[in-house]
Ligand binder design. Structure first.
Ligand code: FES
Length: 352
């Protein structure tokens, strides 16, 4: 692979032919503001916020511009700053970007840049098309197109990561807007509720329904763990609110799942805090389940298994293990069935 040497803000760095300025800059610890760019998606160069100055003259979108030997890149100067400010101002003019009542307040890339560049909402009279908010038809995703900046990240994420192709941009010019399938409500579309589009949305245009009303974004605490649903072992970031309630999950971008989650990992967490959840062993006594201690429960199981083995032989007993357990737990389970009980009747819920 051909190595390319260039300078970014005066520092000599090395990239590979075919890489963009944005990619080489990120690998070398530079932050270039961006909205439509996401490292896991194809590049469109739509928002132009990532402009950089090349060889002290031209301005180019760094997310699409390939690196060239001896290139001199400036990521920000006074001219670039004022263009970024102007671009952000244009975005604010279209749609409704009032953070006070936005679900993404505190977790919005647009908001962060508007604060960084001290952009003020323009008072100019700009004809804005008000779009209907869809917060009823899907219990997973809320769509508020008035907050959409047409970066197309949801469209590309749905197409390139989930491969569902639900989202699209239709019409032209200032009428351009986001549609699901052939302009359906989310709940009536072919959306599979994986939530990938929400994870990639840089504003409050697409948000998760379950988290709404459970506390502001800046109060949520993040913990990374592994999904408990199947053997893939997707890495998840779990978010809890001030009261300790689990309210949201996000795919952890550096996990084996590359940040992606299915509908179960994304939304199937309500059981964690369900009052119906079994947390203590139960033994049926006189026709009624009664809570008992672990020692009593384990002695009871051991006694019943021994009795069945003695009376009907080891093959009268079967064990069913679970994808929700760790590899080690599954190993111990099969070992127990084979070595202690003496049967090969051991299976796993993954084949049910
Ligand atoms: Fe490069 Fe949008 S981030 S054009």
């Amino acid at each position: 692979m051909e190595k390319i040497t260039l300078t970014i803000d005066g520092k000599e760095v090395t990239g590979i032919a075919g890489q963009t300025i944005m990619e080489v800059a990120r690998e070398n610890g530079f932050h270039i503001p961006h909205l439509c760019y996401h490292p896991k998606l194809s590049k469109t160069g739509a928002c132009r916020l990532c402009i950089v100055r090349i060889n002290n003259t031209m301005l180019k979108a760094s997310c699409t511009e390939p690196v060239v030997s001896d290139m001199k890149v400036i990521t920000e100067d006074e001219g670039i700053k004022s263009i970024r400010k102007w671009l952000l101002g244009l975005i604010l003019m279209e749609g409704d970007h009032n953070c006070l009542y936005c679900d993404a307040d505190g977790d919005c890339q647009l908001q962060a840049y508007v604060k960084t560049y001290e952009v003020e909402q323009s008072k100019e009279d700009f004809p804005v098309i008000e779009r209907e908010i869809d917060y009823i038809t899907s219990n997973a995703i809320k769509r508020n197109e008035n907050r959409c900046i047409l970066c197309g990240r949801c469209v590309r994420a749905c197409k390139e990561i989930q491969v569902s192709n639900v989202w699209g941009l239709c019409e032209r010019g200032s009428s351009t807007h986001l549609i699901a399938d052939d302009d359906k409500k989310i709940g009536e579309s072919t959306c599979v509720k994986c939530g990938t589009c929400v994870q990639y949305c840089p504003t409050g245009a697409l948000t998760f329904q379950p988290v709404l009303g459970k506390g502001p974004n800046w109060e949520l605490k993040k913990e990374s763990s592994i999904c408990i649903y199947c053997g893939v072992g997707c890495k998840i970031d779990f978010y809890t609110n001030k009261e300790g309630l689990l309210v949201k999950t996000m795919g952890h971008e550096d996990g084996p799942n590359d940040g992606h989650l299915c509908v179960k990992g994304r939304f199937g967490f309500d059981f964690v805090q369900s009052p119906k959840r079994l947390t203590k062993p139960l033994i049926k006594k006189e026709g009624q389940f009664q809570e008992v201690g672990w020692n009593e429960a384990l002695d009871f199981v051991a006694q019943k298994l021994s009795a069945a083995k003695e009376q009907f032989g080891p093959d009268s007993i079967a064990g069913l293990s679970s994808a929700k357990c760790t590899n080690e737990e599954n190993y111990v389970m099969q070992k127990f069935m084979r070595s202690v009980i003496g049967t090969n009747n051991i299976d796993h819920c993954a084949r049910l």
